[in-house]
Each structure stands twice: as C-alpha cells, then as structure tokens.
Design a protein around this ligand. Structure first.
Ligand code: GLN
Length: 538
C-alpha cells in the first residue's frame, strides 16, 4: 500500500527561485530511496491551461502523454524522475473555477451560495487528493506557483492549511523556498525578506516545516541559526540552496544538505542509508566535464526568452552528455534572417535546429535556414513547424512549386504542401483542440530514423493543427525527400528525411518532451553525433 504523504512546496520573496527544481530534486532523492513519487503544479492564473499563452508569458508549453498542455515545470519533473505526468499534474485557477461553475450550473450545490471557501478550496483539495487516490504514490509533492502574498495564491494557501490540519504532521508537510539576498555594499547576506515571507505564511495559518534558502553565497551557521529562531523551524531544517552551474546538480546539493532525510524524519519514516545516485552523478560529471564542443543554431522567434525552448535546450544537455560533448546553442531570431545576412548568422555552426512555433512572424527566416542547411550539407533537425518549414523550402526550391506554403500562413497558396488536418477543419475553439499527446509512428525500414530508433513503432507527443499534405508525397519521394515515419491509423506523415544529406530530419512531433536524464532521446543523441562529425576539422 502506498504511503500517500503530501508535501507542499511554496515560494516567497521573489518568483523564479526554482521551486520546480527543488520539488523535482526532492522527488528524485525520495525515488532513489525506493519510494514512488509524483509531482503536481498548481498555477494561480485564470487561463484554463497554458496552451493558449504566448511563450513570452510563461515560457514553453509542455505536453504530457495524455495530451495535457501544461506548465514547463512538468518538463523538469519528467526529466528528473523519468515518470510521465498526466492531466492531473497541472491545475490552474481557471480549471478550478471552471469545474465549480459547471457544477453550479448543473445544480449540484442544491441552492447553496457558492463561495471561495469552502467550494473553491474544496475543489483545490480534491485536485490534490486525486493523485493520492487514483495513483499509487508514497509521496505527492505539490508545488504552488507564484509567490506567497499574491492575492491569487490565497485560496491555495488556505487549501494547504486545511490539508495540514486534516492529515496531521505525520502525513503532510510544507517546504518554503525563499531568497537570501547578498548586499554587495555591506558584504552581507540578508535574512529579513525570508522572515517576512514566513510571517506572511503564518498569518495565513501555515507554519512551514522546512525552509530552503536560495543564495549566491554559502550560509554560515549564524545565519542558519537566526533563520531557524525567527521562523520557528529547527536548525537542521534550514537548507541552503546555493547557485550551481547546472540544475542537474541540485539533487546532489539537496542530498548533501539532507533535505530528503529531514523530510522522511518529519513524516515519521526511517531515514536509512543515503542513496548512491550513481547514474545521476555520472551524468552530472559528464555535463560538467565535456571532452568535445559543438555549436548548434537554434532558429526560433521567441529566443529572447530562453524558457520558450526549455525542453529542446534540456534535450541537448542530455544528448550532449551521452556524446561527451557540450552543445553550445546559438539562438537566432528567425525574423532577422535574410538572404544577405544568413552566412554570418550560421558562421561556424555544426548543426541547425528549426524550432516549433505558430503563425507567420519570422517564418521566411526559418524557411531560409532549412534551405541553408540543405544546400550546405549541415546537419538539420526540424521540429514540428521546423519540419513544416523544411517541406515548404523543398517544394519551392527543389520541386519548383512557386509560392508553396502552409495554409496556416497563406490560405490561398497554390501549393498547400502543409495543410490543416481533416479533423481540424470544423474546429473554432482554440483552447485544448490541437492534435495533442502521444500517437504511434511506424518507422520506415531502411530510413535514417530506422537506424536511430531501435524500435519499428515509436510513440511520440504532438501539438499541432497542420500536417504534411499526402497529395505531394510521391513527388517529394521522387525528388529526394522521403517519409521516414507514418501514423499507422491515419497515414499522417510523422517524419521527413533527405537520404543523401549528412543528416536532415524533420519531425511533426515533439521529441523534446520525451528526453529525460536517464532516457535521452535517440534523435537528439544522433543529431549531436552528426554535429560532432561535422565539426571535425573546425
Ligand atoms: N503551427 C504548426 C501547426 O499547428 C506547428 C505547431 C508546432 O510547431 N508546435 O501545425
């Protein structure tokens, strides 16, 4: 029987302190001790899910196997603990209110006044407990988005307070993550913001059990004692989280600080031996001491915010480690690329990735990038829209189909080589209506991908409305761009390749959502290998 212990992770002082990484690191440590763990993110915004958000707002939208469009922290959870998340692992205020309002319309509240307390807080608690009742988990770690003190976080804080009361200290605890800023002028670390943020939690009825302090400089015992005394936690429960060069080092740091041991002790479980974490340590050593270097261009239109391409970037860290190689990503704003400057943008790159995306801003720069890679024989990896751009480029410049395009960008194109999927034609509502989640793909025997993947049928995650137009498939094949993967049920083209090229693969799906530390994605691994091969002689 699973233990069903609930751990909440809140944040104070500032946003972006890395609650997701702390949650994932704790989960990793508990998992290494043999426990089953899941991690959930509660987001206080009103969008029903982040699928309709521009990546500039909150970064990438991560997609689960079961087709949920979620916060990018779920990507960290999967990359760290190597277990798929589901629709239940990310809940927003919008979704909570939507369920409560739907119930009210159905008459389920039997004439009662529907209120934030108890109806919204009950719905929050139900969404947290679902993971305990439906899953088989010893630990359910729930990260609360935002910062304590935000008006919109209040119902979540109240729900945690109630759960703490209901479950008791042996089954539930709160970890609060704060920042200890360093004042360079006086060369001092300051604990006051932490004290204030804990005070705010106390005002809301929550005494945190463990404090994780993010800091740029080591915390001495005086600082730890001060925080412990003023925040009512024991000395050992004041944990230092110092800045590190890679997020993958955080579990090792947390292990040194004994975060997992303290959590277990507080939840009345044996602390036992520290897990060895051997494969993890080997991975971190490879990330920190690469033997080779390559430069890969990442062409996208949201590059100003690196979080927009989080999973792609992390996939390169995983694939780089397998190849003993540091992959330097050169992010290039596709809007800026034109025929005259393209050489300078790609000078010295060993591979080119064209990123996923929507809409026509920067599209011609992406198409030019695919052309550049094809003509100069540079390893090319097109992901979703990136694959579509490679197809458009090939139509225009090899097949001679002038003005070929995707109907997403040009509804009147004479050659709709990328077109709206049949099932999308009647869709008018934007939220949650794309082709989402995992679908099977049969790998074509003899293709490059058949050598890369060791299986003949793979499952990959999707997030798109448009597809390769099969009316053109034969023409493409005759001219040197072939399909290398097909959905067995719908015959949708999943992969296009150019066999004569050094490495030219476009995929309609998103391999980056599936790459984890312990299971790096074969396509990224092989692309990095090809980029390394292409760099010899640099
Ligand atoms: N905009 C394209 C489509 O909807 C590609 C989507 C993507 O890159 N995720 O098909």
């Amino acid at each position: 029987m699973a233990l069903k212990k609930y751990i909440f992770v809140t944040g104070g002082v500032a946003s972006s302190l890395g609650k997701g990484i702390i949650s994932a690191s704790l989960a990793k440590l508990l998992q290494s001790r043999g426990y089953t763990v899941t991690i959930q993110k509660l987001d206080p915004y009103i969008n029903v899910d982040p699928g309709t958000l521009n990546p500039y707002e909150h970064g990438e939208c991560y997609v689960t196997e079961d087709g949920a469009e979620t916060d990018l922290d779920l990507g960290h959870y999967e990359r760290f603990i190597n277990i798929p998340t589901t629709q239940n692992n990310n809940v927003t205020t919008g979704r909570i209110y939507q369920s409560v309002i739907n119930k009210e319309r159905k008459g389920d509240y039997l004439g009662k006044t529907v209120q934030v307390i108890p109806h919204i807080t009950d719905e929050i608690k139900r969404r947290i407990k679902i993971l305990g009742t439906k899953g088989n988990f010893d630990f359910i770690i729930t990260e609360i988005g935002g910062t304590v003190g935000d008006i919109e976080s209040l119902p979540y804080i109240e729900a945690i307070r109630q759960m703490k009361w209901e479950l008791g200290p042996v089954n539930c605890l709160v970890i609060h993550l704060t920042l200890v800023p360093y004042l360079a002028a006086s060369a001092e670390l300051k604990t006051k913001p932490t004290q204030h943020s804990v005070k705010m939690l106390l005002e809301n009825g929550i005494q945190p059990n463990v404090l994780v302090l993010r800091t740029e400089h080591p915390l001495n015992s005086d600082i730890r004692k001060k925080v412990a005394l003023f925040c009512n936690v024991d000395y050992k429960s004041v944990i230092e989280s110092i800045d590190v060069s890679t997020i993958y080092e955080v579990p090792l740091l947390m292990q040194k600080e004994n975060l997992d041991g303290i959590v277990l002790r507080k939840l009345n479980l044996p602390e036992g031996e520290k897990p060895e974490m051997k494969p993890w340590k080997q991975f971190v050593a490879k990330v920190k001491n690469p033997k080779k270097h390559v430069t890969v261009a990442l062409v996208g239109k949201y590059i100003e915010l690196p979080d927009s391409y989080k999973s792609i970037m992390e996939s390169f860290v995983h694939a780089g480690a397998v190849n003993d190689c540091k992959v330097e990503l050169r992010s290039i704003q596709s809007e800026k690329i034109d025929k005259n400057n393209i050489d300078s943008y790609f000078k010295g790159v060993n591979g080119i990735v064209v990123a996923p995306g929507f809409g026509d801003r920067g599209i011609e720069g992406k198409i030019l990038s695919a052309q550049f890679a094809r003509e100069k024989d540079i390893p090319f990896f097109g992901i979703c829209l990136g694959m579509q751009c490679a197809v458009i480029e090939f139509s225009r410049n090899v097949l001679g189909l002038a003005d070929a395009h995707s109907t997403e960008m040009d509804i009147k194109t004479p050659h709709p080589v990328i077109d709206l999927m049949e099932e999308q034609k009647g869709v008018t509502i934007k939220g949650g209506t794309m082709r989402l989640g995992i679908y099977p793909c049969n790998i074509t025997p003899g293709s490059r991908c058949s050598k890369i993947y060791s299986e003949s049928e793979v499952m990959e995650r999707h997030r798109h409305r448009y597809e390769f137009n099969n009316n053109y498939l034969e023409l493409f094949g005759k001219n040197g761009m072939v399909q290398a993967g097909i959905n067995p049920d719908t015959e949708l083209v999943e992969i296009m390749e150019i066999p004569g090229h050094k490495w030219f693969v476009g995929v309609q799906f998103h391999p980056e959502y599936r790459s984890t530390v312990l299971n790096p994605h074969p396509l990224f691994i092989d692309f990095v290998r090809a980029a390394i091969e292409n760099s010899s002689g640099d």
